[in-house]
Design a protein around this ligand. Structure first.
Ligand code: EPZ
Length: 417
């Protein structure tokens, strides 16, 4: 098995380019099921979840491939409703978007329970409740989901009981091509939801966001388009934590500043020197002080930055706390940081962290962002670390080893025995 080997303690100096947002690319790739025409999507990251999504579409009879380094060309004109690559569907949470897209196009969908990062329960009840409100019948048994709708999906209003990125995305996919006007209330406001809405509107849909409501005006035949997705805000914030731990001067290029406003404010309060010009950040991180944060749906502190931020707090004066109210059980990374000597303890959905002297260790990535947290901690630790389960990390971070090495990190990917 491959592993990432890091010799900690190097300062980082140089420029890193941010890739396209994985959590935008995946819903947009599956949204192409609604468009029986050529779709060209630019700024797509070369990460395993994207390769899997393209393979799933090809298994249904679509043309779906990288036609340039970061450009994906898709045509789903000839797809059937049957899935081929069921094993890939089980590998990622984003496969759940097949429900909204296939239900909208074929009026039925049968998929295995989607997989995804394993940090506790990942229910789909909000998705099913929304589909049932539109007139579909949802069944789930023995690990399979079957949803059927005898008539065209539509519904005047759906109010999601809880803010959910995935449920919001699935409601938009199901209603984008529906009849009449539907209002979805209590929607997630993450930039990747807006990315999907912009893509669908470029295809001819009529979808507007007003606050936390999304209004879908159906009756539109969707046509092909070319669309460029947003840069990855979580990747950019992850490199900010790397810079804060390793010190030095790092340029993070190709971001959307507006997506990072809340977090940049927090990092500046911690002592980061961050100056922004257009879509580039220059980071000089000297001695940083700790802080406390509580995760929340966008524009709140992202749960997807929680593990990496915990690693950062280990290197901060005074440490701090992180309370995760979005995913109250995504703490598997704590045991790995403890192996490095971190002064970290978990109390229910909160971690309390003191400034710690970390030492390199043999570590296991337990999910995508936990893996990024171990890289962050290892870059700042004394001595050598080896990180296993690299597959978790490469599913969401394009060329992370090369990008870190290019700015001075002593990191390499070692092929397993
Ligand atoms: C998406 O997951 C992201 N995944 C996650 O990123 C991210 O952590 C999460 O949104 C929150 O931002 C993708 O975009 C592929 P949710 P999702 O539905 O849609 C509960 C990463 O690191 N809930 O917003 O599954 C749920 O348990 C990944 O890139 C229900 O109760 O998250 C959670 O407590 C990890 N019932 C809360 O809502 C449901 O039917 C928010 O989850 C659905 C969700």
């Amino acid at each position: 098995m491959e592993k990432i080997v890091i010799d900690g303690g190097s300062r980082l100096n140089g420029s890193v380019g941010i890739s396209g947002m994985k959590n935008s690319a995946l819903p947009i790739i599956f949204a192409s099921i609604l468009v029986e025409d050529d779709c060209v999507i630019d700024n797509v990251p070369r990460v395993s979840d994207v390769f899997n999504a393209l393979e799933i579409l090809r298994s249904m009879g679509a043309k779906a491939e990288f036609c340039d380094l970061h450009t994906v060309c898709i045509n789903t004109k000839n797809i059937g409703s049957q899935l081929g690559a069921k094993d890939l569907v089980c590998k990622m949470r984003a496969s759940s978007y097949l429900m909204g897209a296939l239900l909208s196009r074929f009026g039925k969908v049968e998929i295995p329970m989607p997989g995804g990062c394993n940090f506790g329960a990942r229910p789909l009840d909000l998705h099913f409740k929304g589909f049932e409100k539109m007139g579909a019948v949802c069944e789930e048994n023995q690990g399979f989901i079957r949803i059927v709708s005898k008539k065209k999906l539509n519904c005047n209003k759906i109010t999601l009981d809880k803010i959910s990125v995935g449920a919001t995305i699935n409601m938009v996919l199901a209603l984008a091509g529906s009849k009449g006007t539907s209002v979805i209330e209590n929607c997630a406001m993450e930039p990747h939801v807006d990315d999907l809405i912009c893509f669908l509107n470029n295809c001819g849909a009529d979808i507007k966001r007003i606050g936390t409501s999304v209004i879908c005006k159906g009756d539109n035949r969707l046509k092909g388009t070319r669309y460029r997705i947003y840069p990855d805000m979580i990747e950019a914030l992850t490199y900010l934590t790397f810079a804060g731990i390793c010190k030095g001067q790092v340029h993070i290029n190709g971001v959307v500043l507006q997506h990072l406003e809340n977090e940049i404010r927090i990092f500046k309060k911690m002592g980061f020197d961050i100056c922004a010009d257009n879509d580039n950040l220059k980071i000089i991180a000297k001695d940083i002080s700790g802080t406390s944060v509580v995760t929340a749906p966008y524009p709140g502190f992202p749960t997807d930055l929680h593990p990496q931020f915990a690693a950062l707090l280990c290197f901060s004066n005074g440490g701090g706390t992180i309370k995760d109210i979005v995913f109250p059980t995504r703490f598997a990374y704590v045991n790995e940081l403890l192996k490095m000597g971190a002064k970290i303890k978990q109390k229910e959905n909160t971690v309390i962290i003191e400034r710690s002297e970390l030492f390199g260790a043999g570590l296991d990535a337990t999910d995508l962002r936990a893996g990024a947290a171990l890289i962050a901690a290892a870059l700042g630790a004394q001595g050598k670390s080896e990180i296993n389960n690299v597959n978790y990390i490469v599913r969401g971070y394009e060329s992370i080893v090369d990008k870190i090495a290019a700015i001075g990190g002593k990191i390499k990917l070692v092929k397993g025995e």
